[in-house]
Design a protein around this ligand. Structure first.
Ligand SMILES: [Cu+2]
Length: 478
């Protein structure tokens, strides 16, 4: 889980170019900058990297990108310069499962860009794809010609070329970037990134927080055993991801008890995602339109994030424990599976399954008691995929995948230490437990049911319903 270790493969951002620009006159900055491209910084690890405190420029409290990282910059005569490289990447989506995606600077999604309201920003975008590219800065106020829409506001960036975007980050808030060139393909392949503009001064609509997380919702269609997403898929995706990671590959959100927590989420999939937090209420404090006025906020435990939207939610982490945090569409907390699985609940197929297994050793059907059995069954998997529902908790299989993680709220977390604290140690007597007393006869309301259609005074026939109940020592057949 969360390792907070620094594995930037090439952290050295300032090469010789930094020294050149220090001496350059203001008038020459633009040309010098063009000539001296900042060295691209690449990231090789899918782990959550620690927040990047601003080494230069105005101070701010940096965000933590879940299973991601923040792009370093260099200051060039008061301009923050970033270098994005659009390129094919290999992304580990979960341990044992790698996908061939497209992204920026070695990862999908690309690195988070963090700036401060009022910053002048210059972003060099190098296209290492085999087709045209451009980057749209979702939600920004900027000159129309910097908006990054291929054909409309600029020619597409040809393969091998570098374009420069330059504008002032005028509004504080939660934004993202993504291609606006062959975008169906390029986004289906994983090209996207987060953008945070921190407030310049104290803003009455923006509270200080102790923990500030961000991630993008994205989805892929990759057949088990293969590596490359099927880009024509419009709805039937089989991998529902946060920052191109799927549970159990998504890091936990570790906070101290009584921390104020902000979580920023953007949706670049083809459907909406009701994001749900257990154990706490939050308020929506911002959208991609900016911070929401305080009088407009109300408490929720689920916030629906529509396609192309961003939401930032905030809460006080005042309940200790391990709290599930997930998309509430139950199919989105599953990993790759076939779509033709028949519903077998209540069907006694024990004999049939045993016979088929003799002919086809790998044969497996959905359990007659539900699909949870599949978390325990040793179903043979092709290479390079991940179980449909995986992840072990302290009480057994969690039985989920996809868009799922855990908020860990701990009193004993030391200040400044946000490493994974492990599983919550529940105080004695606070865990749901088995009732072992005698089971009383169920009280049934005698006037209810089909008998009411009978003529008054007619004898009521006994209605027999046969139900197969789970458990009871059924032997399972694999
Ligand atoms: Cu969802």
């Amino acid at each position: 889980m969360h390792k907070d270790k620094n594995m930037l493969s090439r952290r050295r951002l300032l090469g010789g170019a930094g020294a050149i620009t220090a001496a350059a006159s203001a008038a020459a900055v633009s040309k010098v900058a063009m000539a001296a491209l900042p060295e691209p910084v690449l990231q090789a690890s899918p782990d959550t990297m620690p927040p990047l405190p601003p080494p230069t420029g105005r101070p701010y409290n940096p965000v933590l990108t879940l299973n991601g990282w923040t792009l370093p910059w260099r200051m060039n005569n008061g301009v923050k310069e970033f270098h994005l490289v659009a390129e094919p990447v290999v992304r580990e989506m979960a341990p044992g499962f790698k996908a061939h995606l497209w992204g920026y600077n070695g990862q999908s999604p690309g690195p988070t860009i963090e700036v401060v309201e009022g910053d002048r920003v210059r972003i060099f975008v190098t296209n290492k794809l085999g087709e045209l590219h451009s980057v749209h800065w979702h939600g920004q106020r900027l000159p129309s010609g910097m908006d990054g829409v291929t054909g409309l506001t600029q020619p597409g960036i040809p393969p091998g070329k570098t374009f420069v975007y330059e504008f002032v980050a005028r509004r504080p808030g939660t934004f993202m970037y993504h291609p606006h060139a062959d975008e169906m393909v390029q986004m289906a392949m994983g090209m996207m990134g987060f953008w945070i503009t921190h407030p310049k001064t104290r803003n009455p609509m923006i509270d200080n927080v102790d923990r500030d997380f961000c991630f993008l919702l994205n989805a892929f269609d990759i057949d088990p055993g293969s590596y490359t997403p099927k880009i024509m898929t419009m709805l039937d995706f089989n991998l529902w991801a946060w920052n191109s990671r799927i549970f159990p590959g998504i890091d936990s959100l570790n906070v101290r008890h009584m921390d104020r927590v902000r979580i920023r989420v953007g949706n670049l999939t083809m459907t909406n995602h009701p994001i749900h937090l257990h154990g706490h209420e939050f308020t929506v404090t911002g959208t991609d339109g900016g911070p929401t006025p305080k009088g407009s906020r109300w408490p929720e435990v689920t916030s629906d994030i529509a396609v192309g939207q961003m939401r930032q939610v905030e809460f006080l982490a005042d309940e200790e424990g391990d709290w599930a945090f997930h998309c509430h569409k139950s199919h989105h907390t599953m990993n790759a599976m076939g779509h033709d699985v028949p519903t077998m609940i209540g069907v006694d197929h024990r004999g049939i399954a045993a016979k088929i297994t003799k002919l086809i050793p790998d044969y497996m059907v959905m359990g007659e008691r539900g699909m949870k059995d599949m978390t325990e069954m040793e179903m043979p998997l092709p290479d390079n995929t991940t179980p449909m529902m995986a992840g072990q908790g302290p009480f057994g299989a969690v039985g989920m995948g996809g868009m799922f993680s855990v908020l860990k709220v701990r009193k004993e977390q030391r200040p400044g230490d946000y490493s994974d604290p492990g599983w919550f140690k529940h105080p004695p007597g606070t865990v749901a437990y088995e009732f072992t007393g005698a089971m009383p006869d169920p009280a049934r309301f005698s006037s209810e049911g089909g008998g009411s259609m009978l003529p008054a005074g007619a004898p009521r026939p006994a209605i027999e319903v046969k139900a197969r109940k789970p458990g009871g020592g059924h032997d399972r057949h694999h």
